[in-house]
Design a protein around this ligand. Structure first.
Ligand SMILES: [Mn+2]
Length: 319
């Protein structure tokens, strides 16, 4: 942890009156949890806070208090701009394009390029929400029940319920403290880790029916047709990638997700000792050693072969 950055953040947060806080497009639990955790804590201290992201809040996160306050647009009426859980500006959507300057960047992605004036990047942290939960009281703000729920949700989702290889005993102590402050672990676990909609599970069926493997590499794809047949409203894989990681001997799992706009989203997962963020970076994406993603333009039937070949070579090289 960079303590100089943390001190600079405390000073900036204390001084600021109107804050813009933004997270990445296609928000996951850590993005929403970090945004709400920091945003609600600052609001409770009397600051004027605009929480924003260039996308919708996914339905599974709308049970969280404050999620209705998240905006898609903003006015240039702020004195501090903060970006959370976002490794580079391109993942901020319109907020990344408008030549905005970022004062603070809090993140745990190994691929973060340090685009803000103050960068607090801790790649050991399991979630950006962990960094916020660890520091927020030192920064002078309180953890209320809604803040505790949001931050614990961020930690839970990025660790898939405390089971990723980067888990540390510290994280469990921090989670226990968030529970002491009111966070409802069983409810967050149910809603945001294992419960899925009927449509999501139906779509998994299509993806699973095409499952393939070659040595330690396991992959499948979800097409636009699968999505509409199942009636699944999202553009993502409904976390099917995490289902593939349950397969014994799968060293790398890959899901290709066809997008309505002619793009293909690729998600990689790897076991400990294999770094898929490097492969994702070759395709203009990023992420963590164990979990990475990229978005490519082209036809899914052509792209998947190229991506699998590189991934397979990467796996062989690493062994
Ligand atoms: Mn994260």
């Amino acid at each position: 942890m960079n303590s100089r950055s943390s001190t600079a953040i405390r000073q900036a947060l204390q001084k600021a009156e109107r804050l813009l806080i933004v997270t990445h497009i296609r928000p996951d639990g850590d993005a929403i949890g970090s945004l709400l955790g920091l945003g609600l804590a600052l609001k409770a201290a009397g600051k004027s806070v605009l929480m924003a992201l260039d996308d919708q809040v996914p339905t599974q996160f709308r049970h969280l208090e404050g999620s209705e306050l998240i905006n898609r647009s903003f006015q240039r009426d702020y004195d501090l701009a903060i970006s959370l859980d976002c490794s580079d500006k391109s993942r901020l959507g319109q907020f990344g394009r408008d030549n905005l300057e970022w004062d603070i960047n809090i993140d745990h992605h190994i691929t973060n390029d340090g685009y803000a004036k103050i960068n607090l990047i801790d790649t050991e942290a399991v979630a950006t929400a962990e960094i916020i939960a660890t520091n927020i009281e030192d920064w002078g703000f309180q953890i209320s029940k809604p803040v505790a729920d949001a931050l614990l949700m961020g930690i839970l989702t990025d660790t898939i319920g405390f089971r990723t290889y980067n888990m540390r005993s510290d994280v469990l102590r921090l989670a226990a403290r968030l529970m002491d402050l009111g966070a409802n672990l069983p409810e967050l676990y149910a809603r945001n880790v294992y419960q899925k909609s009927f449509e999501a599970v139906k779509m998994w069926g299509s993806g699973l029916s095409r499952l393939q493997r070659k040595d330690g590499l396991v992959w499948t794809m979800i097409t636009n047709e699968d999505r509409s047949e199942a009636g699944y409203p999202g553009k993502d894989d409904a976390d099917m990638i995490n289902l593939l990681t349950a397969i014994e001997d799968a060293k790398i799992s890959v899901v290709f997700i066809e997008q309505p706009n002619g793009k293909v989203k690729v998600s990689w997962r790897a076991v400990a000792g294999v770094d898929v963020s490097q492969v994702a970076a070759e395709f203009g994406g990023g992420g963590h050693p164990a979990a990475a993603g990229a978005e490519l333009t082209g036809k899914i039937e052509e792209l998947y072969k190229i991506v699998l070949e590189k991934t397979y070579l990467h796996l062989r090289r690493g062994q």
